[in-house]
Design a protein around this ligand. Structure first.
Ligand code: NAP
Length: 284
């Protein structure tokens, strides 16, 4: 059994602690708004207080608004600006629209969704302005490789980039080569997105699926819980699985207290090899 005591990690250089297992919201509302709200609320009840959304995710910010109503202070709320909006003025307007949609006065972190055409200086300057105005408490990036991170670090300076949100699941371990080491060296939290491969979780009968099953059985856990524990084994990494039902949310929250042994980590590493570093960081 996992003890379900949600572990937390420090968010960038902010000193704030964030749940190791959080909640994604991309496609959370399959036309069933109430179920989506219920899933997020169940997750909050079980300690998955890090909620990730984006202006890009259709009505997800509206789902979040209903889920956090009356309990904003429990939540670590993250949203993202689209690259096409990430000019100096556009970033500020996008943040204000997201705040209005989520019916809150602040975001705990605000991310550039991926690198686009606007100069990093413009987006960073808007992020710093939003911070000064208390509309965001920290900022970060998403889908940045180590070279992009170094560039924005040189623009922003030490201790400013709180997070880099990147694709990371058992079949896509590219960030282990350069991104995680860069983030660890610079005090940047790594948020692993699509931890179940979006819709490509290892089948139970596959070789890797059986390894997960065997480790899960030893802990009274599930294969998905084992995957989440594996992905968050490095000190800088947290993750944000998306669940549209309360039952799925509860299962995911159960990974927050699961610790794998070094031997189990080695077994998973062998079953899902990291592979060589690709020339481009994979993204969804
Ligand atoms: P994911 O979390 O890897 O997988 C979601 C899928 O897993 C859904 O089909 C979900 O089904 C299913 N699932 C969740 N918990 C389950 C459980 N306990 N048992 C069985 N199935 C379960 O995929 P994702 O949504 O792509 O990634 C997570 C979040 O990362 C997103 O929602 C978003 O917030 C963020 N993200 C960010 C970026 C970026 O560019 N920054 C890109 C992609 C994703 P149900 O919905 O039916 O529960």
């Amino acid at each position: 059994m996992t003890d379900n005591a949600m572990q937390t990690k420090v968010w960038g250089a902010t000193g704030t602690r964030v749940s190791v297992i959080g909640q994604g919201t991309w496609y959370i509302d399959h036309g069933n708004h109430a179920a989506a709200v219920g899933a997020l609320q169940k997750g909050l009840d079980l300690g998955m207080t890090h909620i990730d959304t984006a202006e890009m995710y259709d009505d997800a910010e509206l789902v979040v608004a209903d889920a956090i109503k009356g309990r904003r202070d429990e939540v670590f709320l993250v949203s993202k600006v689209l690259p096409n909006n990430a000019s100096r003025a556009g970033t500020i307007k996008a943040a204000e629209r997201s705040l209005a949609r989520m019916r809150t006065d602040r975001m705990d972190c605000y991310l550039l969704h991926w690198r686009g055409g606007y100069a990093l200086e413009d987006t960073v300057s808007a992020f710093e302005q939003l911070k000064k105005d208390g509309k965001i408490l920290s900022w970060g990036v998403s889908n940045f490789d180590a070279g992009d991170l170094q560039e924005i670090y040189e623009v922003a300076g030490k201790g400013k980039i709180a997070c880099n949100q990147v694709l990371y699941h058992l079949k896509k371990r590219a960030i282990e080569h350069s991104v995680i080491p860069w983030c660890e060296a610079h005090g940047v939290t790594v948020t692993a997105y699509s931890p179940f491969g979006h819709s490509d979780f290892p089948a139970p009968k596959s070789e890797g699926g059986q390894v997960l099953q065997q480790i899960a059985a030893a802990h009274g856990a599930s294969p998905r819980q084992v995957a989440l524990a594996f992905l968050t084994r490095a000190p800088a990494v947290v993750t944000i699985p998306k669940a549209s039902s309360a039952a799925h949310a509860a299962e995911n929250a159960g990974a927050g207290g699961l610790k794998l042994s070094a031997a189990e980590i080695a077994q998973i590493d062998k079953a899902f090899p990291r592979g060589r570093e690709p020339s481009h960081l994979p993204m969804l």
